[in-house]
Write a protein of this length. Structure first.
Length: 158
Protein backbone atom coordinates (compact mmCIF):
# COMPACT_ATOMS: atom_id res chain seq x y z
CA UNK A 1 0.00 0.00 0.00
CA UNK A 2 1.42 3.36 -1.02
CA UNK A 3 0.99 5.87 1.81
CA UNK A 4 1.04 9.54 0.76
CA UNK A 5 3.90 11.78 1.86
CA UNK A 6 1.64 14.78 2.68
CA UNK A 7 4.50 17.19 2.10
CA UNK A 8 8.25 16.94 1.42
CA UNK A 9 8.97 15.94 5.04
CA UNK A 10 5.47 14.69 5.85
CA UNK A 11 4.23 17.95 7.36
CA UNK A 12 0.61 16.98 6.78
CA UNK A 13 0.97 13.99 9.10
CA UNK A 14 2.27 16.24 11.88
CA UNK A 15 -0.54 18.76 11.35
CA UNK A 16 -3.14 15.98 11.56
CA UNK A 17 -1.70 14.60 14.77
CA UNK A 18 -1.61 18.08 16.35
CA UNK A 19 -5.30 18.53 15.54
CA UNK A 20 -6.05 15.16 17.15
CA UNK A 21 -3.96 15.99 20.26
CA UNK A 22 -6.02 19.17 20.69
CA UNK A 23 -9.31 17.34 20.11
CA UNK A 24 -8.40 14.61 22.62
CA UNK A 25 -7.38 17.19 25.20
CA UNK A 26 -10.50 19.29 24.74
CA UNK A 27 -12.75 16.21 24.78
CA UNK A 28 -11.26 15.19 28.10
CA UNK A 29 -11.77 18.67 29.50
CA UNK A 30 -15.38 18.53 28.36
CA UNK A 31 -15.67 15.19 30.14
CA UNK A 32 -14.34 16.72 33.35
CA UNK A 33 -16.79 19.62 33.19
CA UNK A 34 -19.74 17.30 32.61
CA UNK A 35 -19.04 15.33 35.80
CA UNK A 36 -20.31 16.98 38.94
CA UNK A 37 -17.37 17.77 41.19
CA UNK A 38 -14.68 16.68 38.69
CA UNK A 39 -13.61 13.26 37.49
CA UNK A 40 -14.86 10.20 39.30
CA UNK A 41 -12.30 9.16 41.91
CA UNK A 42 -12.17 5.52 40.74
CA UNK A 43 -11.02 6.53 37.25
CA UNK A 44 -8.66 9.38 38.12
CA UNK A 45 -5.84 7.36 39.71
CA UNK A 46 -5.63 4.57 37.10
CA UNK A 47 -5.92 7.13 34.31
CA UNK A 48 -3.11 9.21 35.81
CA UNK A 49 -0.87 6.13 36.11
CA UNK A 50 -1.53 5.20 32.46
CA UNK A 51 -0.79 8.78 31.38
CA UNK A 52 2.48 8.73 33.32
CA UNK A 53 3.56 5.39 31.85
CA UNK A 54 2.67 6.54 28.34
CA UNK A 55 4.59 9.80 28.72
CA UNK A 56 7.55 7.94 30.21
CA UNK A 57 7.65 5.60 27.19
CA UNK A 58 7.35 8.52 24.75
CA UNK A 59 10.04 10.61 26.46
CA UNK A 60 12.37 7.62 26.75
CA UNK A 61 11.84 6.93 23.04
CA UNK A 62 12.68 10.55 22.21
CA UNK A 63 15.84 10.40 24.33
CA UNK A 64 16.86 7.08 22.73
CA UNK A 65 16.54 8.67 19.26
CA UNK A 66 18.88 11.49 20.20
CA UNK A 67 19.86 13.62 17.19
CA UNK A 68 17.62 11.49 14.93
CA UNK A 69 14.51 12.97 16.59
CA UNK A 70 12.16 14.84 14.28
CA UNK A 71 8.37 15.20 14.34
CA UNK A 72 8.30 14.52 10.61
CA UNK A 73 8.11 11.02 9.14
CA UNK A 74 10.96 11.70 6.71
CA UNK A 75 14.20 10.88 8.55
CA UNK A 76 16.98 13.43 8.84
CA UNK A 77 19.69 13.27 6.16
CA UNK A 78 22.21 12.12 8.79
CA UNK A 79 19.89 9.57 10.42
CA UNK A 80 21.30 6.32 11.75
CA UNK A 81 19.48 3.14 12.76
CA UNK A 82 18.56 3.15 16.46
CA UNK A 83 17.74 -0.31 17.81
CA UNK A 84 18.68 0.12 21.46
CA UNK A 85 16.69 1.21 24.50
CA UNK A 86 12.96 1.38 23.81
CA UNK A 87 13.69 0.73 20.12
CA UNK A 88 14.88 -2.74 21.07
CA UNK A 89 11.27 -3.57 22.00
CA UNK A 90 9.20 -1.62 19.45
CA UNK A 91 9.91 0.42 16.32
CA UNK A 92 7.74 3.40 17.33
CA UNK A 93 7.80 3.85 21.13
CA UNK A 94 6.97 7.56 20.94
CA UNK A 95 3.74 6.83 19.07
CA UNK A 96 2.94 3.95 21.44
CA UNK A 97 3.51 6.15 24.47
CA UNK A 98 1.38 8.99 23.15
CA UNK A 99 -1.52 6.66 22.38
CA UNK A 100 -1.19 5.11 25.83
CA UNK A 101 -1.24 8.59 27.40
CA UNK A 102 -4.37 9.36 25.37
CA UNK A 103 -6.05 6.23 26.73
CA UNK A 104 -5.07 7.31 30.24
CA UNK A 105 -6.46 10.81 29.67
CA UNK A 106 -9.71 9.29 28.39
CA UNK A 107 -10.00 7.13 31.50
CA UNK A 108 -9.00 9.88 33.95
CA UNK A 109 -11.51 12.31 32.47
CA UNK A 110 -14.22 9.72 31.81
CA UNK A 111 -14.45 10.80 28.19
CA UNK A 112 -15.66 8.27 25.62
CA UNK A 113 -15.13 10.91 22.94
CA UNK A 114 -11.47 11.30 23.91
CA UNK A 115 -11.13 7.50 23.82
CA UNK A 116 -12.58 7.31 20.29
CA UNK A 117 -10.31 10.14 19.17
CA UNK A 118 -7.34 8.34 20.74
CA UNK A 119 -8.27 5.33 18.60
CA UNK A 120 -8.24 7.62 15.56
CA UNK A 121 -4.81 8.89 16.68
CA UNK A 122 -3.62 5.27 16.81
CA UNK A 123 -4.83 4.73 13.25
CA UNK A 124 -3.13 7.95 12.16
CA UNK A 125 0.15 6.85 13.78
CA UNK A 126 -0.14 3.46 12.08
CA UNK A 127 -0.45 5.13 8.67
CA UNK A 128 2.23 7.74 9.46
CA UNK A 129 4.60 4.98 10.57
CA UNK A 130 4.08 3.14 7.25
CA UNK A 131 5.12 6.31 5.39
CA UNK A 132 8.05 6.77 7.78
CA UNK A 133 9.18 3.18 7.41
CA UNK A 134 9.17 3.42 3.62
CA UNK A 135 11.57 6.36 3.89
CA UNK A 136 13.65 4.64 6.59
CA UNK A 137 13.99 1.52 4.44
CA UNK A 138 15.26 3.67 1.55
CA UNK A 139 17.74 5.55 3.72
CA UNK A 140 19.01 3.01 6.28
CA UNK A 141 20.55 -0.25 5.03
CA UNK A 142 19.72 -2.28 8.18
CA UNK A 143 16.15 -1.07 8.63
CA UNK A 144 14.46 -3.93 6.75
CA UNK A 145 16.16 -6.52 8.97
CA UNK A 146 15.33 -4.53 12.12
CA UNK A 147 11.71 -4.25 10.99
CA UNK A 148 11.51 -8.01 10.41
CA UNK A 149 12.28 -8.85 14.05
CA UNK A 150 10.90 -5.87 16.02
CA UNK A 151 7.18 -5.20 16.53
CA UNK A 152 5.73 -1.86 15.52
CA UNK A 153 3.88 -0.59 18.63
CA UNK A 154 3.32 -3.30 21.25
CA UNK A 155 6.09 -5.76 22.20
CA UNK A 156 5.14 -9.29 21.18
CA UNK A 157 1.78 -8.23 19.70
CA UNK A 158 1.86 -5.55 17.02
Amino acid sequence: MNVPALGPRGEGWVAAQLVLFAAIGLSGLAGISSISGGPAVPTLAPGAVIIAVGLLVAVRGALDLGSNLTPFPRPRAVAVLVDRGTYHFVRHPIYSGLVLAGVGWSIATVSPTALVLTGVLGLLFDAKSRREEAWLTERLPGYAAYRAHTRKFVPGLY
